[in-house]
Design a protein around this ligand. Sequence first.
Ligand code: ADP
Length: 320
Amino acid sequence: MSSLLKHSTSSTKADQSLRFVSIGECMVEMAPTINADEYKLGFAGDTFNTAWYAKALFPSCQSRFVSRVGTDDASDKMLDMMAHAGIDTEHMLRSPDRSVGLYLISLNNGERSFSYWRDSSAARQLADDAAALKAATDDSDVIYFSGITMAILDAKGRETLLDTVAKARADGKTTVFDSNLRPRLWDSPKTMCDTVMRASAVSDIVLPSYDDEADHFGDANITATRDRYLATGATTVIVKNGEGDVHFTHGEQSGHVSPPVATAVVDTTSAGDSFNAGFLVSLHQTGSVRGAILKAAQVAGHVISQKGALVPLPADFIGT
Ligand code: ADP
């Protein structure tokens, strides 16, 4: 089966199937309701959100999530939710002595803040078994992971994941990385930046967001972010920038695309995650990088107009 186009300008067939594998952590989410001190239980996490949106946008694709959960009720509920959304959970492993991570959203005068309980989540062991990780990615076209995926692993797990992704890329699979910089998850800014650049070096497509990159890498402008990732050997770099222009290089093509002006910004959770799914699915279906960025921005624009990480999409966004 053919892989997602790395930097071709020719079109792929709209009905071409896609086997997408996303690796990372999904957590229990406790979100405030309109009633004081009442919370709604949900599930979310950056790489999981992208797998969810890929499936929502392209229902006939295989969207697999690779992680670990525990053996308790909360873990079972998470797997049920994934299966209900059509996510392939065949390669989810169980850690008997651990459970899933959790975060709680607090609202103070409309400002959201997050508290996390994820230090000993099962997902931190997702790369403990190299053979299982390889098996989970072997029958895929596209492998997706993030800076958060790298952050939650121990040193050995990071090496295993980087090695697995590098070998998959050498095998012809398309490897995709969102740097998703979260300094609180790392022991030092240097470890974060060094590891993120190593992850980029095993990736064909890199999907950073400019404001975080400028903060942590000191990039003078958005093209400096793009060029820094291109220098690691990526052939496609798409730099998101909130409401600002998205700057890209895709093979021989470079330029920028203005996202449509958002009518209402209610909650920016998952903007980047949904953008990434829209971009990858559309690039796979059409081969047009500009079209894929516009589609991605349209999806993200819809997602930020509603509350929550996983927002149902209008029927006209959805392909076959
Ligand atoms: P992240 O969520 O990773 O920080 P960004 O904030 O850069 O990523 O947003 C990702 C994408 O979501 C942007 O490239 C854009 O397409 C869309 N987006 C985010 N915020 C806005 C906004 N205020 N208006 C319009 N589009 C937005």
